[in-house]
Write a protein that binds this ligand. Structure first.
Ligand code: CMX
Length: 433
């Protein structure tokens, strides 16, 4: 397959680059760590490496070195579409080069070929208790595919460690090809007609997802493409990406590792945040029976802050500018449904909240983040069951974390095993002992 061949061709130079760096400069200090960082979730500690994406504080996400506006501009798009092929983005993440349309279509064709989901996955999902959270169903479905792992089979047969990236890439294609179908099935099982989705081999990943979700508005096909691309990767320290890397470092296959990553994504401090943001926007609408005035929204924001709560959708641990993932979605909404009530509130928040947060003076970044608008867009197109939103995030996130998984195996990255200290040891360090 095209991705195998391209990675194969790049591997000698990547391996020699890493070997040289380690051999000649392995002892150089790349950063230091403070007691606050050790106790504070390793915030900003420089302990991971990835070449797939980087979060620039001033520009936001860069995929393989390219900013989001450049990626959206340069990736090939289906005829008549506003947003690029998701398969093209996967090619860029995996290979580090912009694909031609033909190359993007090769990834799309492979996904279509492998899109059939084994019956036992649907059966397991149907047998789960009715009130199971969509993320628990999603994680379960991924684990249910584990028996198909080429990587696990080859490992058991004794394949050399440096060759394992090939079956890892087979697994990555097998998994990503099915995630949209599984997500749509979960949506239909919980909230819809309970039918098994049909994947049209003549349409791309985004269009298929929109159709499998039963959304008639053609614009949702672009929305789906945009959403999956935006959520694909955000360097390696966030919970889902780091979990994938950690579990994968034990040479667990991609199904075990991605199911674990999804469990991390399900947490309220990670993927679930978009749900809270939409709840805030809806709370504003309900409080004012529609779109408030600027003055009303300013007061509402201050009341929120004064009661010790945060404004969801604003602020960021790394970014110091409006999140370009927010900007891309905001522009999409502005172009296609600026009169939507919830979108009008999002727009007003954009005008009001940064000034309030600046005046309060606590948040290092007063600007909107990706979650501030994403729920309102999904809601507009009819996805009104908010506990499904994190599944959408998961389908997108798979693209980045599986690319990282494949490259970690290709470069022979070892078992992750940082060292822990006791509080008494840190106290001794603090006392200079
Ligand atoms: N509303 C009110 N206060 C905020 C705030 C916001 N949106 N963002 C930051 N602050 C406050 C923090 O709570 C902190 O207060 P304390 O000193 O009292 O603890 C202070 O400003 C400094 O925080 P920070 O260094 O600017 O931000 P952090 O790196 O600690 O946290 C984040 C980042 C995203 C958790 C935070 O901005 C926040 O809680 N935002 C609202 C929730 C949200 O939108 N989450 C989605 C994040 C999306 C993503 O990460 O991709």
């Amino acid at each position: 397959m095209i991705l195998h061949n391209k990675i194969d061709a790049q591997l000698p130079s990547w391996r020699s680059r890493v070997t040289t760096l380690l051999k000649e400069h392995g002892d150089k200090v790349a950063g230091e760590i403070t007691i606050s960082q050790i106790y504070g979730g390793m915030r900003s500690a420089k302990v991971l490496v990835t070449d797939i994406s980087f979060v620039d504080p001033e520009e936001g996400i860069r995929f393989r070195g390219h900013t989001l506006p450049v990626v959206l501009e340069k990736l090939p798009k289906p005829k008549g579409a506003e947003m690029p092929y998701v398969g093209g983005l996967y090619y860029l993440l995996m290979i580090g080069e912009f694909p031609t349309e033909e190359q993007a279509l090769e990834v799309e064709a492979e996904w279509a070929k492998q899109s059939a989901v084994p019956d036992h996955v649907f059966k397991v999902l149907r047998d789960m208790p009715k009130d199971t959270h969509p993320m628990a169903l999603f994680s379960q479905a991924i684990l249910t595919l584990q028996g198909e792992s080429e990587f696990a089979k080859r490992y058991a047969e004794g394949m050399s460690k440096m060759a394992l990236w090939r079956p890892a890439l087979d697994d990555a294609m097998y998994l990503t090809s099915k995630l949209g179908v599984i997500a749509a099935f979960i949506y239909r099982l919980k909230y819809g007609d309970k039918g098994e989705p049909y994947y049209d081999h003549d349409a791309d990943y985004g269009a298929n997802f929109a159709r499998m979700m039963g959304i008639k508005d053609k614009k949702y096909e672009d929305m789906a493409r945009l959403y999956f691309i935006l959520h694909s990767d955000h360097e390696s320290g966030n919970v889902s990406a780091h979990t994938m890397h950690l579990v994968g470092s034990s040479l667990s296959d991609i199904f075990y590792a991605f199911s674990a990553a999804i469990n991390g994504l399900a947490g309220p401090l990670h993927g679930l945040a978009n749900q809270n943001c939409l709840a805030f926007v809806m709370g504003v609408r309900d409080e004012f029976n529609g779109v408030p005035t600027k003055k009303q929204l300013t007061e509402y924001a201050w009341n929120t802050l004064n009661s010790g709560r945060v404004i969801p959708g604003y602020g960021h641990a790394v970014l110091r500018v409006p999140d370009p993932r927010y900007t891309a979605q905001f522009e999409f909404g502005k172009k296609h449904f600026k009169d939507d009530e919830l979108f009008q509130i999002v727009t007003l928040m954009d005008e009001v909240i940064p000034a309030v947060l600046k005046e309060q003076g606590k948040a290092k970044n007063p600007w909107p983040n990706v979650d501030s608008v994403s729920g309102a867009l999904q809601y507009h197109y009819g996805i009104k069951h908010v506990d499904f939103y994190t599944v959408l995030f998961g389908v997108g996130r798979a693209l980045g974390v599986t690319a990282n998984y494949v490259w970690a195996r290709a470069l022979g990255q070892p078992l992750e095993r940082p060292k822990s200290l006791t509080t008494a040891m840190l106290e001794d360090i603090a006392a200079g002992k």
